[in-house]
Design a protein around this ligand. Structure first.
Ligand code: ATP
Ligand code: MG
Length: 143
């Protein structure tokens, strides 16, 4: 499996706080090429499908409410070892645990509202990219 693409999402807190441009600028300066990008408000169904793996977790309902609370910006990023490098770039889930200089440490308010998503494996990156942007010849909204 090639590992040069990842799915990122600027979450609703990022857009609401007018940090979209700031975070995109940092993503580009860090050498990630933006290959696709859109702004959209997720439906509950779309957000639940995306975070299906967390369905049984106590924070699931709050997570879905947050992810559907306003527009977000999913995008496809390209760089060598994109998945691992982007996870390093954004920092740990909890901003208090995230390394200095990472996006979550710099901008996130809490573990729940943590500015940005990054795929956690090349396999999931491929699935998540298809989930938002479709596979060649299959529009995402046809799924
Ligand atoms: P993401 O998948 O959004 O990139 P992550 O991979 O760092 O984040 P996950 O464990 O996949 O973290 O959790 C998904 C999201 O669920 C987190 O980004 C956060 O918004 C929320 N979340 C995770 N753990 C908690 C928690 N203990 N309390 C509240 N929200 C949480
Ligand atoms: Mg995750």
């Amino acid at each position: 499996m090639t590992n040069n693409r990842t799915l990122a999402i600027l979450k609703p807190d990022c857009v609401r706080r007018c940090l979209t441009g700031e975070v995109l600028r940092r993503i580009e300066i860090a050498g990630f090429k933006i290959c696709a990008l859109q702004m959209q408000q997720l439906t509950s169904k779309h957000a639940e499908g995306f975070y299906e793996v967390h369905r049984e977790r106590p924070f699931f309902r709050d997570l879905i409410d947050f992810m559907t609370s306003g527009p977000c910006v999913p995008m496809v990023l390209e760089k060598e070892d994109a998945v691992g490098r982007f996870r390093t770039f954004i920092g740990a889930t909890d901003p208090e645990q995230a390394d200095k200089g990472t996006i979550r440490r710099l901008f996130a308010d809490s573990k729940a509202e943590n500015i940005v998503h990054g795929s956690d494996s090349p396999e999931n990156a491929q699935k998540e990219i298809a989930y938002f942007f479709g596979e060649p010849g299959i529009p995402a909204d046809a799924k």
